[in-house]
Design a protein around this ligand. Structure first.
Ligand code: ITT
Length: 195
């Protein structure tokens, strides 16, 4: 089966491609703009982007929207994560966290699927709890990976291999929800031409 993805984030595409391969799905990046609404809700952003992408290409398409939510910063940057990463970046976040002892944070991911004969847009969500490190560590991954330590681990996401990160990440959890839905619902009639 083939699914198309709209994203400019190569790190995201790489992780989702690994996960797709594990489930026998061919994930193909689409070169169209990801139209995003301004919203505090990543669910809303994903739903809207997937709808616009599907109406443009009329093929089975997914978009993924995600964010880092830091408890002591009142869940900032959340849906603004992409913008905050590009502006103040990791060092800006560490500066805001100087002297803060409670470093709890959570990564959230929403994958939206829009496809022929699927009623509405299907949303699949995943979260991973963890803490913000005192300093950046590691060179793997992307975005805030060097400062996020998932619960139960001592390494940051950037110190993990992609396989390790995919065992626990918010994105992997959301993707597994999608894979489960496809296994349950993709009979011959629904998905026969998803290629
Ligand atoms: P597209 O919209 O083109 O897919 P994007 O990077 O703008 O790419 P989002 O709008 O979903 O994607 O923003 C999510 C941001 O949250 C992302 O840019 C990172 O800064 C951060 N983020 C999300 N998941 C992450 C992860 O697994 N590791 C590190 N940072 C992550």
């Amino acid at each position: 089966m083939r699914l198309y993805i709209v994203s400019r984030n190569q790190g995201k595409i790489r992780e989702l491609s690994y996960l797709s391969r594990e489930h026998g799905i061919d994930l193909v990046p689409l070169d169209i703009p990801k139209v995003e609404v301004q919203s505090e809700s990543i669910q809303e952003v994903a739903l809207y982007s997937a709808t616009v992408a599907y109406l443009t290409v009329r093929k089975p398409v997914i978009v993924e929207d995600s964010g880092l939510y830091i408890k002591k910063l009142k869940m900032f940057p959340g849906a603004l994560s992409s913008y905050v990463y590009k502006t103040i970046g990791i060092h800006g976040i560490l500066k805001l966290m100087e002297g803060v002892r409670d470093r709890d944070a959570v990564f959230k991911s929403v994958i939206a699927l829009a496809a022929p004969r699927v009623r509405g847009v299907k949303l699949f969500q995943g979260v991973v709890y963890g803490t913000i490190s005192e300093e950046p560590r590691g060179t793997g991954g992307f975005g805030f990976d060097p400062i996020f330590i998932p619960s139960g681990y001592t390494k940051t996401f950037a110190e993990m291999s992609i396989e390790e990160k995919n065992k626990v990440s918010h994105r992997a959890k959301a993707f597994r929800g999608l894979a489960k839905w496809l296994i349950k619902n993709c009979g011959k009639l629904l998905c026969h031409d998803w290629k």
